[in-house]
Write a protein of this length. Structure first.
Length: 318
């Protein structure tokens, strides 16, 4: 069984990798907090001690607004750490599959869809850092695989961490009555994270290079939000905006490598069907999080502190 080190194993994507691919891969994780504090040598030593066959780098600082306000933190997380991991992979003979982002396409003119060869000039700090990481990692490790991921989502469930995403944001708007604005000239794919995780298995076998990764979408984000609301059975107040952006990707290169995704519209139907619910709601609960030493020893955990957690409540289909 292939030994795969998962960075960010307690995060949104990484936690789902650990749960969903368990039994099909021998999954390894770094000690809790090491990714945030370690320098180059400490991180590379930790990787070498585990001696994985592959490294799946899901950890990132992905909040575009935060990266804009804290470019030094973004640079460490989104450029330096992937480069350190590429060096560790080269030293141990491991494959490296790392997440990049559709934000590298931010600022391009036109509505897309864009393939991997289009000239880039990302319009935000996060996109620029992700693009720099792609170039430097591939220069250091030509057989590395960089996955330009779309916006990902899931429903809260399975005791896994959740973060703001399209269905959760729409549910919150329906619950509070606060209007959400979507542009009829904004285009991007939105992907069910569990399908993305499943596609990491063939991604581990891809030739080195950059790949667009996720669901394609042939509609604007206002229409997409309306489609999600219909499937979710909610009716939040949505307002049309008119600003222009396209992160829409052409995924034929990944498809040729054996990856298969639903369209954005099909993906939300799959997500709701996977949870097997005919009626559902989401409950937000404020919690205070602390750990015993025994719990900390079990592996990656959320940091201690105050959290708002979301719980999926519903009626199972007969």
């Amino acid at each position: 069984m292939k030994r795969v080190l998962v960075t960010g194993a307690g995060g949104f994507v990484g936690a789902r990798v650990m749960q969903q691919l368990s039994g099909r891969l021998e999954l390894l994780a770094l000690p809790r907090g090491l990714m945030a504090r370690a320098g180059r040598e400490e991180l590379q030593t930790a990787v070498q001690q585990l001696h994985p066959d592959a490294i799946l780098h899901t950890a990132a600082l992905s909040d575009t607004g935060y990266c804009e306000a804290h470019p030094e933190e973004s640079y460490r997380a989104n450029v330096e750490v992937p480069l350190w991991l590429a060096e560790a992979a080269r030293n141990t003979g491991a494959r490296l599959v790392a997440f990049s982002s559709d934000q590298v396409y931010a600022g391009l003119p036109g509505d897309g869809s864009f393939d991997e060869n289009v000239p880039l000039s990302p319009a935000n700090v996060y996109g620029r850092h992700k693009r720099e990481a792609e170039l430097r990692v591939l220069d250091r490790l030509p057989d590395a695989v960089l996955l330009r991921a779309t916006w990902l989502y899931d429903l809260p469930g399975y005791g896994l961490p959740i973060r703001g995403n399209l269905p959760l944001n729409l549910w919150r708007a329906a619950r509070t009555g606060q209007a959400m604005r979507f542009s009829c000239r904004d285009y991007r794919g939105v992907t069910y994270v569990r399908q993305a995780v499943e596609n990491l298995l063939p991604a581990l076998e891809l030739p080195g290079g950059v790949y667009n990764f996720g669901s394609e979408n042939d509609t604007d984000m206002y229409t997409t939000a309306r489609q999600f609301c219909t499937v979710l059975g909610i009716d939040p107040p949505l307002e049309q905006a008119d600003w222009s952006r396209s992160l829409r990707m052409d995924t034929r290169k990944a498809q040729a490598g054996g990856l298969a995704f639903d369209t954005t519209r099909e993906g939300i139907r799959r997500c709701v069907a996977d949870y097997g619910l005919t009626q559902w709601t989401v409950q937000a609960v404020d919690l205070s999080w602390t750990y015993t030493e025994a719990e900390q020893a079990k592996g990656p955990q959320l940091d201690e502190g105050e959290y708002q957690r979301y719980f999926l409540l519903g009626k199972a289909a007969d």
